[in-house]
Design a protein around this ligand. Structure first.
Ligand SMILES: *[C@@H]1O[C@H](CO)[C@@H](O)[C@H](O)[C@H]1NC(C)=O
Ligand SMILES: *[C@@H]1O[C@H](CO)[C@@H](O)[C@H](O)[C@H]1NC(C)=O
Ligand SMILES: *[C@@H]1O[C@H](CO)[C@@H](O)[C@H](O)[C@H]1NC(C)=O
Ligand SMILES: *[C@@H]1O[C@H](CO)[C@@H](O)[C@H](O)[C@H]1NC(C)=O
Ligand SMILES: *[C@@H]1O[C@H](CO)[C@@H](O)[C@H](O)[C@H]1NC(C)=O
Length: 619
């Protein structure tokens, strides 16, 4: 696919001045093209009309957002309104995948741009681009997320709440006078063309073209970008689509066969500035010839190749075709999360993660280490600017899911939770003490801890891991306020200090989650505010005088359900020992925190005591 080909006509369209807003093509997909000086609808739609209005967005149902209820929450809008306009009676009903829903929102000028405000609590490790493109499907942009949030890309934490401005716009005064009352933000998808969209929403082709700053003869749009549809009445649910399931699958499998008029390809903003029109034409004709009928060869980065050679081909280099086949063409059914698919290669179950160019680090670390409690990497594949990592498949998903899943009642026992804690501790102990150089994982949280069929835990996601000199900074005595965000140690938040004690802190939070069954950061039902689990536990436990009676308040009720079995060691004592251990991990001064060695040995003793005391209770 040659991006220049599509760029060419677009260059001339961009200067169209009669338009209400300018359609920005693929630029809205870019991530750090944040040119603040210039007003651009690449960022959000510019404030050029009435200050505030009702407007509508199109959202397509996804596996996690497939009910009116959850989608309304995602968009911060009233579910009864969403249900009404879409003709849905039950807000909790599961809707078919990829069904289009009309989302009514209030759109207002804020500074130079229109926006509808919502917020998003980060559920798994992700980045701004994924949130903009996958979760919000292009209804917001990566750039505007970065602008509206203080967190840097690498500081996005599970449980953190970010502001999300949604792309919307209001009619201009002239439009209002000519009867246009609403602008609908439409999400372009594979099958669309301007003609089809105008027909579907009963809008004049010319109006749609003008609204979005197209030249009338060009029919050029990109999937995962937005288009404004000017409407004189509220949109109707009969104008939305619920795609045919099978047809959709085929489409996924073979995107190259998608209809003409739709252009795929990512354009880097830099090219626009550098290339003159003539230069582009030359390139187009030249490259077109060169690429014709040829399969582009992929190559792994050199340093990965070297690493692989040096460990005797332990890592396999997969062909993209193998992975495509393994996942039935990366279908939605095989999708485990935004960028992870499940598959089967030669009868072996695998998880395949698609990553950008940041995979080198993870590959380099994982090929060097080999431990039962660290996720196994089988191989890699580089294809079309993406890197695919093939991992051992973890049947029980993430610890986070397992702890929150109400269907797993049976397996919620102290024994399982203690063993999981011990597994994680051993994985970290290995990273901190038994590899050279020492590694700090830096991103320990329950989403990155995966569970096998037998509920054995393995640490995954080494993308942020960092090597450090042994013992470096461990005893630094930075004084910190006791403040943390989820799993982030205070010294890391305040000064960016990374030591093995950063992982110890995060482990302490994980341990509390195992004891309480709560999330590291969760929403308070009473006032909707956020509660930091570790702060809560520490305040409940107070000065420790009545620890034995207070610990009862924080134990996960699912663990208490087994109280009637009459075990010898009472669970309050067990829980108390574990809570004390986690508090030893959560000391605000890194030097006062326990080391992974101490944690592993303490946990082993607790585990043994618990097992010898009563096997009934531990199942
Ligand atoms: C743009 O993004 C790249 C990686 O995606 C990053 O290395 C670079 O620093 C970013 N530039 C700016 C100006 O943020
Ligand atoms: C931002 O846009 C202005 C106007 O087009 C341009 O002159 C300037 O070079 C741009 N800045 C960056 C950093 O791209
Ligand atoms: C949306 O959020 C922005 C930034 O926080 C704020 O300035 C604006 O007033 C908000 N708009 C509404 C309608 O609340
Ligand atoms: C944006 O998301 C869609 C799926 O929702 C995906 O097919 C597409 O490749 C994504 N775009 C990029 C540039 O990753
Ligand atoms: C609004 O309409 C008037 C009369 O048709 C026209 O002169 C003016 O340029 C229009 N304004 C805008 C912003 O398009």
């Amino acid at each position: 696919m040659n991006p220049f080909l599509f760029l060419f006509p677009f260059l001339f369209l961009a200067h169209e001045s009669v338009s209400q807003q300018t359609y920005s093509g693929n630029h809205i997909l870019e991530c750090n093209n944040s040119n603040t000086t210039e007003l651009t609808s690449e960022f959000l739609y510019t404030c050029n009309g009435i200050q505030s209005c009702s407007s509508f967005l199109i959202f397509r149902t996804q596996p996690l957002y497939n009910k009116v209820f959850t989608i309304s929450k995602l968009m911060s809008t009233d579910p009864t309104n969403v249900a009404r306009i879409n003709g849905i009676t039950d807000s909790a009903e599961n809707l078919p995948l990829n069904k289009e829903l009309i989302i009514p929102v209030t759109c207002s000028c804020s500074g130079k741009y229109y926006r509808a405000n919502t917020s998003f609590v980060i559920p798994i490790n992700t980045n701004y681009f994924t949130i903009a493109n996958f979760t919000f499907q292009g209804l917001t942009t990566c750039d505007s997320l970065q602008k509206n949030n203080i967190y840097k890309e690498n500081d996005l934490q599970v449980g953190g709440k970010i502001r999300v401005p949604l792309r919307c716009a209001c009619p201009t005064v002239n439009q209002t006078m000519s009867g246009i009352r609403f602008l609908l933000t439409y999400l372009i998808t594979w099958e669309d063309s301007i003609k089809k969209i105008s027909k579907r929403f009963d809008v004049k082709f010319q109006d749609l073209v003008l609204e979005n700053g197209f030249s009338s003869v060009k029919d050029l749009i990109f999937p995962f970008t937005t288009l404004l549809v000017p409407l004189s009445t509220e949109p109707l649910s009969s104008q939305t689509r619920t795609p045919n399931r099978n047809r959709n699958q085929n489409q996924n499998r073979n995107p190259k066969l998608s209809k003409k008029g739709i252009i795929i390809g990512t354009i880097s903003g830099g090219f626009l500035a550098i290339l003159s029109g003539v230069f582009v034409i030359c390139l187009v004709s030249k490259r077109k010839r060169a690429n014709k009928g040829k399969i582009v060869k992929w190559e792994l980065p050199k340093d990965i190749q070297l690493g692989i050679a040096s460990v005797d081909q332990v890592l396999k280099i997969y062909k993209f075709e193998e992975l495509d086949e393994a996942t039935d063409g990366f279908t939605l059914e095989k999708r485990l999360s935004a960028s992870v698919y499940k598959g089967s290669i030669k009868g072996r179950k695998v998880a395949i993660k698609q990553t950008g160019t940041h995979a080198n680090k993870e590959v380099k670390i994982l090929q060097k280490i080999n431990h039962f409690n660290l996720i196994g990497l089988y191989g890699v594949c580089e294809h079309d600017k993406s890197c695919y990592l093939v991992y051992e498949f973890m049947e029980n998903g993430s610890l986070n899911e397992w702890l929150q899943d109400l269907r797993c009642q049976e397996s919620q026992t102290w024994n399982n939770r203690l063993r999981i804690a011990l597994d994680v501790a051993k994985g970290l102990q290995y990273l901190h003490n038994f590899v050279n150089p020492t590694y700090v994982h830096k991103d320990i949280n329950t989403s990155n801890i995966l569970l096998t069929k037998d509920l054995r835990a393995k640490i995954s996601k080494f993308g942020l891991a960092k090597s450090i000199e042994k013992g470096k900074n461990v005893n630094s005595s930075v004084k910190c306020r006791f403040e943390s965000k989820g799993y982030l140690a205070p010294e890391y938040l305040e000064a960016g200090f990374v030591t093995t004690k950063t992982d110890v802190y995060a482990f302490g939070v994980v341990l509390l989650e195992l004891i309480t069954g709560k999330k590291a950061v969760y929403e308070n039902d009473d006032d909707g505010g956020q509660v930091m689990l570790c702060e809560e536990v520490i305040s409940i436990m107070g000065d420790g005088n009545n620890a034995k009676s207070t610990v009862n308040y924080i134990i996960d009720p699912r663990l208490k359900a087994r109280h009637s079995l009459g075990f010898v060691i009472d669970q309050d004592e067990l829980a108390l020992r574990l809570v004390k251990l986690s508090i030893g991990c959560l000391e605000s001064e890194p030097s006062k925190r326990l080391s992974m060695n101490e944690i592993v040995s303490t946990l082993m003793i607790i585990h043994m005591d618990a097992q010898s005391s009563d096997t009934l209770f531990l199942v």
